[in-house]
Design a protein around this ligand. Structure first.
Ligand SMILES: Nc1ncnc2c1ncn2[C@@H]1O[C@H](COP(=O)(O)OP(=O)(O)OP(=O)(O)O)[C@@H](O)[C@H]1O
Length: 871
């Protein structure tokens, strides 16, 4: 703590001198000690300071000290009326102390400069160390450097501004009391300077610590964030230091000025002492003071003028401001008025719009109400209609369901009733028979009646046939083929829809929403009835051919129903064709004594409404044949006819025909299903008695499959084929229907097939249709169609057939065919004239045929023999 001075109320020169001496001594010693410790602490005890110190020591020679003290004491004790010497010494010391302080300050400045320099160096070293790792430092360090340099410059500048000449020391007149006051003031100043020095000391310590910290922080360096933080901290601290430095500089400046004042005082003291010897100087100084005062006054006046000017300006500004405020107030008033006007206008507009909106709302409400009313009307109408419809539909479906239920029940009941009736009838008959048999057996006549029953049955059958022939009905036989292996494997056996009820009745079970149906034919052949049984049914007609009748036997039915099996038959189990020819040869032989019989045959195929001669090998396209009406009926110009004499020739011919057929058919099975195959046998029987000629014609036809178009699912060529087949078969149906209805016009010309059969399906012809059916359940629909077709055909009455008889040279031709196939013929020895055909390649004899009706008549005219015998 600096020594506390207590200003004496009354001046005591000796005490003052002692105190001053003591204080100055303390002060100087403290300052020197402080300086030394500071320099030692910083390690900056350079030569200059030491030298100065030495000088100082010299200046403060130990020997002079007591003298100075004594002088002061003397002065205090009143031994010297003027303490000039003591004061001079005292002020000399004071001056020395000031000088030392200045040097200290200089040294401190130098120290700061050095410190900055070293900090700079350290920072540079740090930058070199951290360099790339801490680019942030690279940026910061130069800035710090710059700041430090600036600081350094400032210090230098300050140093240069430091008063160095004692010439500027203000001198004032003073008295002892003034001097004492000045000294007291100096003491105070020195105390304050001490305090400042302490502050500077503390600041130095802090800066040192800062530098140490900075170095330590910089050393850490490896962690960028820390370094950045540190640099930031450093920056901050440096800024603080700078601020502090600035503050210190200010303090320094102030201290300097204080020192300057102190020096001036000291000089004035000197001057006082010198004034005694030099009064002029005092006057000069007084003048100088006066001048300064005047200058100061002038400056004050200038400042006052400036102040006044400023005040005027301020007043002007105040008035401008008040004007502006008034204008603003006025403007605000106007704006408020305008705003209220606008608000009123807007309010009125808004009210108008609101009113319009209300109107629109009301209108919308009204329209909506109307719409709702309208919609509800429509809705109720719709709902009513829909409900009515629903009720009606429900009612209809209920009635329909009830109807179908009733129908089913009815059919069921009918079928049950029929079964019951049949059963009852059977039981009744069986009972009767049993009773009769019992009776007959008891009478021993059973064998006799059995034979009689057979005879009667045969008779009845013959009679029936005769009736049919008389009527000229197309006889229809129905043949049910057995199930094929694959059908059996598929499990069709258990559910066969076709049942042979009797020799004349076939029943098709109820299927596909269709009730059970019975079909009646001239004969129904069960699957187990072989080729011989079938042939038995047609053999009578074969005989008719030899009697001069045209006979047609055709097999009708869907694909795979057994048509080819029936007509051709497999090897070893021949069908109608071979059996018929064999029969013809046999009969001809039997009648050899009376007739010379010749057989000619042709094999043709109708495919896609074109006729192909199967006895001509090679391409068929360029050799398409047509059907013509000749004098002896229908014939095919250009068709090859071959005379056959035995079954061998027939078999070979049929074989060739089949072979030619297969050569132009890529798929034989499909082809055979889609074409009609016609084997025709022309028979000429010339009576050896009278030359009467009987000409019969037998067509054996294997028709194409009769399945419906929709079932084939055919397209393109297949559809064309199917349509052609359909055309033939539907034309056949049309012809049959027209015949059945005894129409005047029979549409034979509608297809090649019907055209060819024109003379074999009516007039002098006998016809048998064999309808082949499959027993398989999957074919039941087609089976039914075939059966329906055949049933219609059965109703056709062709009329009584007439044989083609030409009277021979030996007598009149009776030409009278009978219904049972027999006819009256007059054998003619003359050879028949060929009417068509060609000579067979084998050089066989040409067929002798009676040409036209005219030829027949001329023949009849020429004949003069007895009339022929009828059969
Ligand atoms: N009565 C029958 N007894 C034994 N097998 C038969 C009988 N009828 C037909 N079949 C057999 O049924 C199959 C089909 O017969 P088929 O070829 O004669 O029929 P389709 O009607 O002529 O056929 P497509 O129209 O294709 O010529 C053959 O395997 C045949 O042997």
């Amino acid at each position: 703590m600096p020594p506390q001075f207590k200003k004496p109320l009354e001046y005591d020169p000796s005490l003052a001198q002692q105190t001053l001496q003591k204080n100055y001594a303390n002060s100087d010693a403290a300052i020197v000690a402080k300086k030394r410790s500071l320099l030692a602490e910083l390690g900056l005890a350079d030569e200059e300071y030491e030298l100065e110190d030495e000088d100082e020591d010299e200046a403060l020679d130990e020997d002079e000290e007591p003298l100075l003290v004594n002088r002061a004491l003397n002065h205090t004790n009143g031994q010297a009326s003027r303490p000039s010497y003591g004061y001079r010494d005292l002020f000399g010391k004071e001056m020395e102390a000031r000088r030392r302080q200045i040097i200290d300050v200089k040294g401190y400045d130098q120290y700061l400069a050095d410190l900055l320099e070293r900090s700079n160096e350290q920072l540079q070293a740090l930058r070199a160390e951290q360099g790339l790792q801490c680019p942030g430092n690279v940026e910061v360090i130069p800035a710090l450097q710059h700041e430090l340099k600036a600081l350094h410059e400032e210090i230098k500048q300050l140093r240069s501004q430091q008063p160095s000449s004692p010439d500027t020391i203000d001198v004032s007149r003073g008295t002892n009391s003034d001097l004492i006051q000045q000294v007291t003031m100096l003491q105070r100043q020195l105390m304050s300077r001490d305090a400042k020095l302490r502050d500077m000391d503390a600041e130095t310590t802090r800066l040192k610590a800062l530098l140490v910290d900075s170095k330590a922080l910089s050393d850490v360096g490896t962690r960028r964030s820390d370094t950045d933080g540190t640099v930031e901290e450093l920056k901050h601290q440096l800024a603080e230091a700078k601020a502090r430095e600035t503050q210190l500089q200010h303090q320094l400046v102030k201290a300097r000025s204080d020192v300057a004042v102190a020096e001036a005082n000291a000089r004035s003291q000197k001057a006082v002492s010198a004034a005694e010897s030099n009064g002029d100087k005092v006057a000069a100084l007084q003048h100088q003071l006066l001048t300064l005062t005047v200058e100061r006054n002038k400056q004050v006046a200038d400042l006052e003028a400036e102040l006044h000017q400023k005040q005027v300006q301020i007043q002007q500004l105040h008035s401008t401001k008040s004007d502006a405020l008034a204008a603003m107030k006025e403007m605000k008033g106007k704006m408020a008025a305008l705003k209220s006007d606008t608000d009123a206008h807007m309010r009125s507009q808004l009210q108008n719009i609101q009113a319009q909106l209300d109107e629109l709302h009301a209108l919308r409400e009204a329209v909506l109400e109307e719409l709702v009313a309208f919609q509800s009307e429509i809705f109720s109408d719709k709902v009513l209609t829909q409900m009515t419809r629903m009720v009606r539909d429900r009612e209809i479906s209920r009635v329909r369901a009830a109807q179908s239920d009733l129908r089913t029940k009815l059919a069921d009941m009918e079928s049950k009733a029929r079964d019951a009736r049949e059963e009852a009838e059977t039981v009744r008959k069986e009972a009767e028979q049993a009773a009769r048999i019992l009776q007959l057996e008891t009478q021993g006549q059973i064998a006799h009646y059995r034979e009689k029953w057979r005879t009667e049955f045969e008779k009845r059958r013959k009679l029936h046939n005769q009736v049919l022939e008389l009527k000229g009905n197309i006889r229809v036989l129905c043949r049910v083929r057995p199930l094929l292996d694959k059908e059996r494997a598929a499990g069709s056996e258990g559910s066969m829809p076709v049942k042979v009820v009797s020799e004349e009745m076939l029943r098709v079970a109820a299927m596909e929403n269709k009730a059970e149906k019975d079909f009646e034919f001239d004969r129904v052949l069960a699957p187990d009835e072989g080729q011989d049984k079938l042939y038995e049914e047609v053999s009578a007609l074969i005989t008719s051919v030899l009697d001069g009748f045209n006979v047609t036997i055709m097999a009708y039915g869907q694909t795979g129903s057994g048509k080819t099996f029936t007509m051709e038959g497999p090897e070893g189990n021949p069908g109608v064709n071979l059996r018929a020819l064999a029969d013809l040869f046999k009969l001809a032989e039997e009648r050899g004594a009376q007739f010379t019989t010749t057989f000619t045959a042709s094999v043709l195929e109708i495919y896609n409404e074109q006729i192909y001669d199967l006895l001509v090998s090679g391409a068929q396209d360029g050799d398409k044949l047509d059907v013509k009406q000749g004098p002896d009926g229908m014939y095919v110009p250009g068709l090859k006819l071959e005379e056959v004499h035995n079954m061998g020739e027939v078999t070979s011919m049929i074989g060739r025909g089949k072979s030619n057929r297969s050569t132009f058919a890529t798929n034989m099975n499909e082809h055979s299903s889609r074409s009609h195959l016609v084997l025709s046998v022309y028979v000429s029987c010339v009576s050896k008695l009278n030359g009467t000629v009987l000409r019969g014609k037998l067509h054996l036809i294997d028709l194409a499959g009769s399945e419906r178009l929709s079932r084939t699912g055919a397209q393109g060529d297949r559809l064309k084929e199917a349509q052609a087949i359909n055309k033939s078969l539907s034309s056949l149906g049309d012809v049959i229907q027209a015949l059945q209805q005894r129409n005047a016009h029979i549409p034979y010309r509608n297809s090649k097939l019907t055209r060819l059969l024109e003379d074999s399906l009516g007039g002098n012809s006998k016809c048998v249709m064999i309808v082949n059916v499959s027993p398989a359940v999957e074919n039941v629909s087609e089976t039914k169609c075939s059966l329906e077709f055949a049933s219609r055909a059965r109703k056709v009455e062709l009329g009584r057939a007439r044989a083609n008889v030409t009277s021979g040279d030996f007598g009149p031709t009776m030409g009278n065919a009978t219904a049972n196939g027999s006819c009256s013929v007059t054998p003619s020895p003359a050879p028949s004239r060929p009417i068509s055909g060609r000579t067979t390649p084998a050089g066989e004899s040409s067929i002798s045929r009676v040409g036209s009706r005219e030829a027949m008549n001329s023949q009849m005219r020429r004949s003069s023999g007895p009339s022929g015998l009828g059969r």
